[in-house]
Design a protein around this ligand. Structure first.
Ligand SMILES: NC(=O)c1ccc[n+]([C@@H]2O[C@H](COP(=O)([O-])OP(=O)(O)OC[C@H]3O[C@@H](n4cnc5c(N)ncnc54)[C@H](OP(=O)(O)O)[C@@H]3O)[C@@H](O)[C@H]2O)c1
Length: 281
């Protein structure tokens, strides 16, 4: 069945999702302020989520809205503009059967290496996580079928900062305590969102990370070896906490199968693609 889907904030992740959905024959409307360079087969809609008037021409209803806008800066006002004002404006402007908010594992403040899933307390200390969590609450308050997908760090084409650092010997890790990191390849993030859109019903929250939270040291050593860079060095200064290990069990139980289950497959594919291109992305 063909769905009518609005992707609000159609950047790197949104475009990967839009291309996938359009390729499957769904009708996709892609909203951003500068709607150039969108994938073929996607209908652009130029609007600013912070400007309610600019959303008026959005012809609904949609089977689903995927909210994937990212803050334009690291300051609190930028976060509030996207996760509070933007979410409120959009939900006032469109009718949709489902609202998927692209959220973040930054809502979890756990920092002792513990496992975290959808049932774990989300008590962010930083304004970033707090604002994202406020956006989730707002979405649930304004839409009965809102779902938050809390993504780990995104990597993928043109998001290869760590590969570049590995190549130039620029990686540094914390050994004690080992510090865990959680990530998901952009194409799996898009794949998981497309998968959830097709599910008959959704849980209110999914954690969107790959199958292996990895401590910095083994991850960085693997990455450096993969690209022939110098081994990573020990990070100087006072150690941070051990981070958290995010579990994707609920996403797996929903039937999603990862194309890049761990960093090895994901970064391995990126490194191979760069070699074929003869350069660095
Ligand atoms: N990067 C990570 O590691 C990570 C981790 C967890 C979660 N996330 C979340 O994943 C989502 C997608 O990230 P991404 O990598 O795809 O980000 P991205 O490439 O920066 O794309 C974000 C898009 O949002 C649009 N946007 C921003 N403000 C807008 C506004 N006021 N009105 C309309 N459109 C607006 C931007 O387009 P215009 O500038 O043209 O408007 C851009 O296309 C975000 O919600 C991000 O917070 C990211």
């Amino acid at each position: 069945m063909s769905l009518r889907v609005l992707i609000a904030g159609c950047g790197s992740l949104g475009s990967a999702l839009a291309a996938r959905l359009a390729g499957e024959g769904h009708e996709v409307v892609a909203l951003r302020r500068r709607p150039e360079a969108l994938p073929p087969g996607v209908r652009p809609f130029a609007a600013d989520l912070g400007d309610a008037a600019s959303l008026r021409g959005l012809a609904g209803p949609f089977a689903a809205v995927v909210y994937a806008a990212a803050p334009g800066g690291r300051e609190e006002a930028a976060y509030r503009a996207v996760y509070e004002t933007g979410v409120a404006n959009l939900l006032a402007a469109v009718r949709c059967a489902r609202f998927l908010l692209v959220s973040s594992t930054s809502v979890y403040a756990q920092d002792a290496g513990e496992w975290v899933d959808e049932r774990s307390p989300a008590e962010p200390r930083a304004f970033t996580g707090r604002t994202v969590l406020a956006g989730e609450a707002l979405a649930r308050e304004r839409h009965s079928a809102a779902c938050a997908v809390r993504l780990g760090g995104l990597y993928g084409p043109r998001r290869t900062r760590l590969l570049r650092a590995a190549r130039t010997g620029g990686l540094a890790y914390q050994a004690a305590p080992p510090r865990y990191t959680n990530r998901i390849h952009r194409d799996d993030a898009a794949g998981a969102l497309a998968h959830l859109l097709r599910r008959p019903s959704l849980e209110p929250v999914y954690v969107g990370v790959d199958c292996e939270p990895a401590a910095e040291e083994p991850f960085q050593r693997w990455l450096a070896a993969r690209v022939g860079g110098a081994p990573p060095r020990l990070r100087a200064g006072a150690p941070e906490g051990a981070g958290k290990r995010c579990s994707n069990r609920l996403l797996l139980a929903s039937g999603y199968r990862f194309r890049f289950p761990t960093f090895r497959e994901g970064y391995g594919a990126l490194a191979a693609a760069e070699r074929e291109d003869g350069g660095c992305a």
